[in-house]
Design a protein around this ligand. Structure first.
Ligand code: HAS
Ligand code: CU
Length: 557
């Protein structure tokens, strides 16, 4: 193996061009607007589990499902991908200390906006109450599918921008190790690119022609399988940008340092390999898929649990180094010594702590037999508000507390309000999820408007009440976040201080020779990922295809 030249990190070597600063800032703002818009129906849902009905106060809302669609699409899809489209290219540019392509940034931004307008039109006009899972034969207006396709294409363009930058950097540095921050950012979006192809096939190949009237019927199981083919991996596409922040920036913010460069690369390579071939764990109860294939996906799901486990230990160590450098002693004395008054850091540490519970519940979901108990109950939203709803959402909020000042050149306004927001949200989500999870164990169904349901069970009362209390606190937490960010953007004190992103180094530098160099071989890992995908999905498609066009579209709202 040839020797490589070490990277020297120079904090003053990079200034983001003004137009790129604007494009990235506006992309980010779309995400935070979507977050805020989406939480209003979140509140309505949480209250509904305690039989409190506030839907009549939503003047334009025709049904619970219209609101649930808006909540899921805005908070889980638009918020997350807008953030990633801003954050990952910025991290890549910073790590390579080179500007991106401005034109491509703006084109990606424009597609994101147009996609959003189409989706908002479809959902607000009550033509797309299909929930974020978009299961056929529920049929939305074509603008809904087209809008989401444009959002996905905007993520591809963001990746293209990162890859072009990588290529130009590689040309000038043929023998250097890829800077860690760039490596993990690129792997995150390469994984998402591969993962997004099945849903692109479903939307472009089946659902759009069907909703436009070119074909009369569609194949529900095939589209559902293509959906989960993408949509399990989508949860890691949401998570990995948060991991980029946890690995790449948080150790520095905590005053600590990452230990091993190679371990972090290995973790991301494992996500590239294992995120996608696991989608059947959402379809354990679906007919038409062989049990042994479901079993294979269950095993691979336990495999993709591992890189998160490694992450937990690595991050704990990185934080511990920070706490001890700040004077912490003894077994746990480093914890209070973390910079808890830094809203960016503490918000992300609270996100991590909550994610431990998200991980545990995920493992229970993944277990074939236990899944039978909790599938389609409120346990599931209990699980995913601890993962995407906290680990991811709060990390994206924590990042805002340095990234918005970085992009706007303004001081963060309302530090104490920001701190309060994160504590209120965390306490809220713990109560909320406790409610959802416990009621789910007693069979409370998800996606049901309890206020109007024709059946009920007093055993759900305690869980339902906790859900409403916690959900209200979450709502207040996000509103406070929005106030802080809004005031910072428009009224924050201007500051010309030359800021840099809080990029952390590693205790053990990237190896200059040896097996570790293989970790940087994108093409190799993409190849292995494709082989695993073929093994995990090939037999299903081989036995199932051609498509069975059996179902007309339904608009039951
Ligand atoms: Fe999940 C359903 C399995 C993770 C999101 N999941 C969902 C749904 C969503 C979702 C949205 O196997 C519902 C979809 C729908 O609408 O139907 N999930 C898993 C497993 C994991 C997992 C095994 N899920 C996530 C993540 C998500 C997410 C991440 C979003 C971002 N999930 C399932 C299954 C289902 C499912 C089944 C289908 C259920 C059904 O029947 O419908 C694992 O990847 C989790 C690994 C996590 C860990 C935790 C690591 C902890 C860390 C923090 C360390 C803390 C530190 C703090 C360092 C192993 C990294 C220290 C600080 C101090 C101060 C001490
Ligand atoms: Cu999953």
């Amino acid at each position: 193996m040839s020797r490589v030249t070490p990277i020297v990190f120079n904090p003053s070597a990079f200034e983001l061009p003004e137009s790129q600063r604007k494009a990235i800032a506006w992309t980010l703002y779309i995400g935070y607007l979507a977050l805020t818009a989406g939480i209003f129906h979140g509140l309505a849902q949480a209250l509904s589990y305690a039989k409190i009905d506030i839907l009549p106060y939503f003047p334009t809302l025709k049904s619970y499902y219209q609101g649930l669609t808006a909540h899921g699409v805005a908070n889980a899809l638009i918020f997350t991908f807008s953030f990633s489209n801003a954050f990952l290219p910025l991290m890549t540019a910073r790590a390579f200390s080179r500007p991106l392509l401005s034109s491509l940034l703006w084109v990606a931004f424009t597609l994101l906006v147009v996609g959003n307008i189409l989706v908002i039109y479809a959902v607000v006009s009550n033509r797309a109450s299909v929930l974020y899972t978009s299961y056929a034969p529920l049929q939305a207006h074509w603008t809904y599918y087209a809008g989401l396709v444009l959002v996905v294409v905007s993520t591809w363009l963001a990746l293209l921008n990162m890859l072009l930058l990588f290529r130009s950097w590689r040309r000038d540095n043929p023998n250097a190790r890829i800077p860690l921050l760039a490596f993990i950012s690129i792997v995150s979006y390469v994984m998402w690119f591969l993962a997004s192809l099945p849903i692109a096939t479903s939307f472009l190949g089946f659902l759009l022609p069907w909703t436009l009237g070119f074909v009369e019927k569609t194949d529900p199981l095939l589209n559902r399988t293509l959906f989960w083919f993408t949509a399990h991996a989508i949860v890691y596409a949401w998570l990995l940008p948060a991991y980029v922040s946890w690995y790449g920036l948080v150790p520095k913010q905590a005053g600590g340092t990452l230990i091993s460069d190679s371990l972090v690369r290995l973790v991301f390579v494992l996500f590239l390999l294992l995120s996608i071939p696991t989608g059947f764990h959402h379809q354990y109860t679906d007919p038409g898929i062989a049990n042994h294939m479901k079993g294979l996906h269950a095993v691979l799901t336990f495999g993709v649990f591992f890189p998160s486990l490694a992450t937990a230990f690595t991050l704990c160590a990185a934080l511990e180094i920070g706490g001890r450098r700040n004077g912490g002693t003894g077994l746990l004395g480093w914890i209070p010594k973390l910079p808890w008054r830094d809203p960016s850091l503490m918000t992300q540490v609270l996100a991590m702590l909550t994610f431990v519970l998200g991980g545990i519940t995920g493992l229970i979901n993944a277990s074939f037999t236990m899944n039978q108990v909790i599938h389609n109950t409120t346990w599931i939203p209990g699980h995913f508000h601890l993962t995407v709803g906290t680990a991811v959402a709060m990390t994206l909020m924590g990042v805002a507390y340095w990234m918005v000042p970085y992009l706007t050149k303004r001081e963060l306004w309302g530090v104490k309000i920001a701190l309060a927001s994160s504590w209120i949200y965390t306490i809220g989500v713990l109560i909320f999820s406790r409610g959802m999870i416990s009621a789910g164990l007693k069979g409370m169904p998800r996606r049901i408007y309890r206020v109007q349901a024709t059946y009920d069970n007093p055993a759900w009362d305690l869980g339902g009440t906790l859900t409403a209390i916690g959900g209200t606190a979450m709502f207040i937490g996000i509103l406070l976040f929005f106030v802080v960010i809004f005031v910072t953007i428009f009224f924050g004190r201007r500051s010309e201080a030359n800021r840099d992103i809080p990029w952390s180094d590693t205790l053990v530098a990237p190896q200059a020779s040896g097996w570790e160099l293989n970790l940087d071989r994108f093409k190799l890992w993409i190849g292995v990922a494709i082989v695993l995908i073929v093994v995990a999905y090939g037999p299903f498609f081989a036995s199932y295809l051609p498509p069975r066009f059996i179902a007309k579209g339904y608009m039951i709202w």
